[in-house]
Design a protein around this ligand. Structure first.
Ligand code: ATP
Ligand code: MG
Length: 174
């Protein structure tokens, strides 16, 4: 909605998530960012990390067989991680979120048994509390903030009626 102050992702920290064994921090600037690298180097795993923190359920949409396969598997000869942790550091300079401070950190942890833990600024919160916070910035796990490669081909191959329904949903006129 128009009265929502814009936030942006200041940085993302991944640890034990997919190909990111050791803690990796990636900083973004306000505006346009582009991630480049060889095939299989983990570019899409970064966007999977973002969707993961936004609370996406269903590991398939994060390109994993099950929750446990989101956890770093040790690769070739390495040690598998006990859990996957992703922190999303969101800008709060314009007080998009009710929290104090110029930054809000939303985190999600997944354990081998498949259980998830969500945190806001390091305090454990329910998934619902995280979703409500993110909604203040018009962010939702099933929103259109993130467009996956397969979604593009699905859109192209859709029946006209379904495509219309989708467009009307995005435009908010359905
Ligand atoms: P492309 O350019 O082909 O799209 P990419 O940079 O987007 O490549 P990703 O799909 O992000 O690559 O990363 C794929 C790599 O992540 C594969 O090598 C895969 O083995 C690795 N990977 C995925 N899940 C895990 C995991 N649980 N543990 C360790 N490595 C993983
Ligand atoms: Mg990719």
């Amino acid at each position: 909605s128009g009265d929502t102050e814009m936030t942006y992702i200041k940085s993302i920290t991944l640890k034990g998530f997919k190909s990111f064994a050791k803690e990796t921090n990636i900083e973004f600037d306000k505006g346009f960012s582009c991630i480049i690298g060889p095939n299989g180097s983990g570019k899409s795993n970064i966007s999977d990390g973002i969707i993961f923190v936004l609370g996406k359920l269903g590991s398939k949409s994060l390109r994993a067989e099950n929750a446990a396969s989101l956890i770093h598997n040790g690769g070739e000869g390495g040690r598998p991680s006990a859990e996957a942790v992703v922190d999303l550091h969101l800008d709060n300079a314009e007080k998009t979120f009710p929290q104090n401070g110029n930054e809000v950190t939303v985190s999600r942890v997944v354990r081998r048994n498949g259980t998830s833990i969500y945190k806001i600024n390091d305090d454990v919160r329910t998934r619902q509390e995280v979703l409500e916070l993110l909604a203040r910035a018009d962010l939702s796990p099933d929103g259109f903030n993130i467009v996956l490669q397969e979604a593009i081909s699905r859109f192209v191959e859709m029946r006209n009626e379904d495509r219309r329904q989708l467009l009307e949903g995005v435009a908010g006129i359905s």
